[in-house]
Design a protein around this ligand. Structure first.
Ligand code: FBP
Length: 549
């Protein structure tokens, strides 16, 4: 493999750590905690890991610890900085005892169940420091939720002498980490489970977690591309660019990219749901901005579309909820088996209620088809496969043609389509993500050496310089509530959606009319690693606004 000059230079970068993690630590415990919802149910489901205190690390006395081994899993979609979580964990356990070993399970949670692993040696680790991607061990979406899987897991954990397993994942994977921690604690298997907050989607955040890692770099990467498109668009002045952005459910990525680039339009799914807008309302909103700009002679512009939009349009949300129910086998709680896609679609059409049948029927064939087909292993509609950007631009074009016939519009409309998702998930981590992820991993080693289980590694105060970051752990049960998933009530980590009364959305809402009419484009340019701190070391605008900075 040929290594790029940037990769060689980045390999030499030593990520920063919070002051408290720079030497031996002591764990300071806060008060007992409660789950965010359904306290009695969560307590009953997690009797061994419920109510534990929040932990903060402070400088402490050095202790000699016997050698121990740790396992690590990368779970779900890639996010920039995953390798730095692993290097932080690696350096953290080696600093406790150089004999400690780190094993990586291959291709996600499936590696634990299938006993597929490698030892992460110093030579291997050094090839991946500060790089993007999850390729050191690979990732996967196998859902760890069954007792047989937990039992297969303990076999290999015992064989390798593993004291603790670190699961790096999003809300679903950390929910599973919590279930596994509880199971091993109940069985007194003596293996700790620690979670780490990952996802470019930015929806694993709450009072305790400031941001999930990867969100920063992914948004900066997309914002660079959007900025480039805006400059192209402003130069040629002939296209409307419809840009769909990843973020399966929440619109955090679209909102952050809008704050960074100031496009003419950015749709926020959570607002569309709150205002109970129909698909036609959304199309009318876009068409009106297009028509208003055409009056000023500007037949060009940019529209940012969150990937999860379709699921937030209230009528379609109801349709998906019914589809999820009918596609689940009530006896097993698993998806129903069908011989092929056609059989599945026919089953849906014959079973679904009349109201939802009509809605399904009104959608373009490809969209309807995708909604009826299989979910991912966590029960989510695979929204990345639905071409919302084309759907919307086709519908806007049809509306504008109608307005033209009625003499209400006299512009020209030509659309280009883009989907930015995979382009940003494996980008080399920004300085923020490089430091944040390394700290999360290093911090996980301290949760392990302090014998914690069922905790998520957390680093707070990250809009301040890294020295002042606060390191610690939060019981995963604290973030849980009961939600309906796959036709059943399940304990899950509550997903953070865009808050319409939050500072990032309010800032956007206060400026969007101006951005729609005038060309206020911002061109952020590529992520920078060396140079002035105001260019290289800034957190996201979302985080700054949330923290009033
Ligand atoms: P995670 O929640 O696992 O981090 O993944 C998020 C995501 O990147 C979404 O933005 C996107 O919808 C989905 O993964 C795509 O999944 P896949 O990689 O399986 O195509």
């Amino acid at each position: 493999m040929k290594i790029s000059a940037l990769q060689i230079a980045r390999a030499a970068y030593q990520p920063k750590l919070p002051k408290a993690l720079q030497g031996p630590v002591k764990a300071v415990e806060g008060a007992a905690t409660e789950s965010v919802g359904n306290q009695d149910d969560i307590k009953a489901l997690f009797p061994n890991t419920y109510g534990m205190p929040v932990i903060t690390f402070e400088a402490g006395e050095a202790k000699e610890l016997p050698a121990f081994n740790v396992g690590v899993i990368l779970s779900g979609g890639q996010a920039p900085g995953g390798h730095n979580v692993i290097s932080g964990l690696f350096d953290g356990i080696k600093s406790l005892n150089p004999e400690n070993k780190l094993y990586g399970f291959i291709l996600g949670p499936g590696g634990l169940v299938d006993h597929n692993y490698i030892e992460i040696t110093p030579e291997l680790m050094d090839q991946y420091r500060n790089t993007g991607g999850f390729d050191i061990i690979g990732s996967g979406r196998t859902k760890l939720e069954k007792e047989e899987q937990f039992e297969k897991g303990i076999e290999i954990l015992r064989e390798l002498g593993i004291k603790a397993l670190v699961i790096i994942g999003g809300d679903d994977s950390n929910t599973n980490a919590c279930v596994l921690a509880e199971y091993y604690a109940a069985k007194k298997y003596g293996v700790q489970v620690i979670g780490c907050p990952k996802t470019i989607d930015g929806d694993l955040k709450n009072d305790q977690i400031e941001t999930s890692f990867g969100f920063d770099t992914a948004c900066k990467t997309y914002a660079e591309l959007i900025g480039n498109i805006q400059r192209d668009c402003n130069s040629a002045r002939k296209y409307w660019h419809f840009i769909k952005l990843m973020g399966r459910s929440a619109s955090h990525i679209a909102l952050e990219c809008a704050l960074q680039t100031q496009p003419n339009i950015c749709l926020i799914s959570e607002e569309i749901e709150a205002k109970e807008m129909s698909l036609d309302d959304v199309v009318t909103y876009i068409a009106k901005v297009v028509a208003a700009r055409a009056e000023d002679g500007n037949n060009f512009g940019t529209v940012l579309i969150p990937e999860g939009l379709i699921e937030f349009i209230p009528a379609i949300k109801k349709l998906i909820a019914e589809l999820n129910e009918i596609l689940t086998d009530p006896t097993t709680g698993e998806g129903r088996e069908f011989a092929n896609a056609e059989e599945q679609i026919n089953y849906v059409k014959n079973t679904i209620s009349k109201t939802n049948f009509d809605i399904l029927d009104s959608l373009p064939e490809e969209v309807a088809r995708q909604l009826c087909l299989d979910r991912d292993p966590h029960g989510n509609v695979q929204v990345s496969l639905i071409e919302t950007e084309k759907l919307l631009s086709d519908m806007v074009a049809a509306k504008l043609n109608k307005w033209k016939d009625q003499g209400k519009y006299n512009g020209s409309f030509s659309a280009q389509h883009h989907f930015f998702g995979y382009e940003g998930r494996c980008a080399a981590p920004s300085n923020y993500d490089a430091d944040y992820c390394y700290s999360l991993g290093y911090n996980a080693s301290r949760l392990i050496s302090n014998d914690k289980t069922g905790y998520m590694s957390v680093i707070k105060n990250t809009t301040a310089p890294a020295e002042e970051w606060i390191a610690g752990g939060v019981p995963i049960t604290m973030m849980m509530n009961i939600e309906r998933r796959n036709g059943a009530n399940k304990p899950v980590i509550r997903k953070a959606l865009v808050e319409l009364d939050g500072a990032p959305f309010k800032f956007f809402a206060a400026h969007r009319e101006e951005w729609a009419k005038n060309d206020c484009y911002v061109y952020p340019g590529p992520v920078q690693y060396w140079g002035p701190t105001e260019v290289c070391d800034q957190p996201t605008k979302t985080l700054k606004l949330e923290q009033g900075k």
